[in-house]
Design a protein around this ligand. Sequence first.
Ligand code: FAD
Ligand code: NAP
Ligand code: SF4
Length: 677
Amino acid sequence: MSQNAFYPNLLKPLDLGFTQLKNRVLMGSMHTGLEEEKDGFEKMAAYFSARAKGGVGLMVTGGISPNYRGRLAPFSSQLSSGRHVKKHRIITDAVHEADGKICLQILHGGRYSYHPFNVAPSAIKAPITPFKPKALSSRGVKTTIRHYVRCAKLAQKAGYDGVEVMGSEGYLINQFICQRTNKRTDEWGGSYENRIRFPIEIVKQIREAVGENFIIIYRLSMLDLVDEGSTWEEVVQLGKEIEAAGATIINTGIGWHEARVPTIQTSVPRAAFTWVTQKMREEVNIPLITTNRINTPDVAESILVEGHADMVSMARPFLADPDFVNKAAEGKPENINLCIGCNQACLDHVFKQERATCLVNPRACYETELVASPFEKKKSLAVVGAGPAGMSFALEASKRGHEVTLFEKSNELGGQFNIAKLIPGKEEFNGMLDYFTHQLHESDVVIKSGTVATVEELSNGSFDEVILATGVSPRVPKIEGIDHPKVKTYLDVLKHKEPVGETVAILGAGGIGFDVGEYLTHSGSSTTLRPDTWLKEWGVDKDYENRGGLLDSRKLEPSPRKVIMFQRKESKMGKGLGKTTGWIHRTVLKDKKVEMVTGVQYQKIDDEGLHVLIGEEPRVYPVDNVVLCTGQEPLRELLDGLQEKGITAHLIGGSDVAAELDAKRAIRQGTELALSI
Ligand code: FAD
Ligand code: NAP
Ligand code: SF4
């Protein structure tokens, strides 16, 4: 096989002796929610098959429990009997037909299992679940090991190329390994040798049961990021034992779910944790996979060039673009729809028991459902507004064969995402803008940027239908003194860069209020672009001197100004933020000493500052500026005029409904309309 000219290391085959992977790219395990749906296995077959066709070297399924106690939720999947095998065959057949390879991940939730039948090494409740686990008896431990082995054998029978034993992220195996969760006094607890017996026995017994020609990946928690986690020496000891027990490959696990360090969210620097895999590379001989916040082929290639790992795992990037590898192989990374690390449509969905998909690619996990309706007639379509809604519509409608003209009053495409990308920690949003802009310029769409669309132009007979994707305008609440010069909207601050004083009140604490809070409390370049500073800020110790890889204390950069945030609701501030990211935003603002005031009534704004009532008590905050982040109103001023002229107009994105608008809804709505128009 000839060497790839663009990414020679990433696209080099990996010889495992009994089998060969066509490249160094692993699609990491992701639970999608399809596992539990009606016809879910058929849908998963389409989902995995698309990624196999897209060229990925090896894929891992979402976590499947080896028994019912290990299920993550009451109705989550398990592979524990011959009758489950047939369903899995649907997946493995589809993947092999597409010339791919796939391993099944065996995941026992232990105390993370969200149901009352959960078990763990010791009866210690996890901070992230309400269910206190039952401690496994010594017999129960041995039975559980047998269930892992049974699961691996069934996976082999179902046609999988191997299994991944999930030994990290704080699940059952990790719970055995660490003193934090293992207080046993039998042969499975006490000394480190006793605590790691559980994973070693699992790998050893699986190898005996499945023979030599079957991939066993072990996901090793290389950095627990929790108190009483493993020391580096202990991690190395376990890595060596796992190799000796018969694992084919070791994958990297970073952080328990209960860790208070972000590990994959957009504000985590790219490839922030590959140094730990590199450290392990000096210790074991089998191939190592590195992971976390790797989302471009260039980053992946440089990780391999620098010798951090033998393979690179990316998970969410394959939701964003199933053809990631093929596009890299063609030397066209600009055609890859980039995962921006937002978690909004993937992990946030899974944590709410909803099916995962992707903000930038709503087709992910909807491969068989989000398809075009039969094309009836080529139409001439005008799209007004090139935000996420307008861009996604224009691209899809043009791909279907319609004649599309896209009007954008600004000189740049992307709408409000051009403002979102200015927030420290949201630099990845540039990737979405670059991709959509590039695709539009490559397409047949006629782009009229710097052009305000008018009813006259839209109704001059050139267009069959009009799509209004004109977005929103900031809401200006009716408060006495709202015209005072110290009052600014979030657009004045972020877009127009108007100066802001040393003491600032932010009114409104939705996503934008929190983002403005981060913007105003940050100085210098974003720490997301300074990985070493970021690691110290979150208390991660690259020297690995303490247990869990944590520093004794976090090294925070102070805020350049005093910020006070207000909301009228009594509820906890930031309650509506993303399920898996809200805690990060709340922590950052708490660290920056932002004062949060809930349950206020706004009275007036004057030279003295902001006057509010808290309960019955009047209070004045002597602030230099008041920044309005008080929600948004739909912008659809063209609608009435078009309707009067009898023109068919469709509303998408913010111009349709401004409440709870985000780019996920905007892109999905644009795509759905384009596939049906
Ligand atoms: P918009 O993005 O508002 O685009 C509308 C476009 O229409 C604009 O470009 C405008 O110039 C153009 N236009 C209007 N009138 C005309 C006209 N007459 N002629 C021509 N062009 C016209 N969302 C998320 O999902 N995740 C986030 O983390 C996130 N963070 C954000 C942070 C900030 C600071 C802000 C401000 C927003 C954030 N959002 C986020 C929200 C997200 O950007 C919006 O939900 C999304 O952009 C809405 O898309 P849209 O296409 O409906 O409208
Ligand atoms: P939002 O989430 O609806 O928040 C608006 C805030 O303004 C609320 O805190 C509300 O709190 C307050 N408010 C509403 N009406 C008001 C009024 N008349 N007077 C005074 N205060 C008022 O909207 P947003 O912050 O503008 O964000 C817009 C959208 O962008 C969101 O829906 C969000 O999905 C998206 N976004 C997402 C992210 C993300 O990280 N996922 C980040 C940024 C933006 P009270 O009513 O209690 O005062
Ligand atoms: Fe990536 Fe966001 Fe898509 Fe999840 S929803 S795959 S984080 S872009």
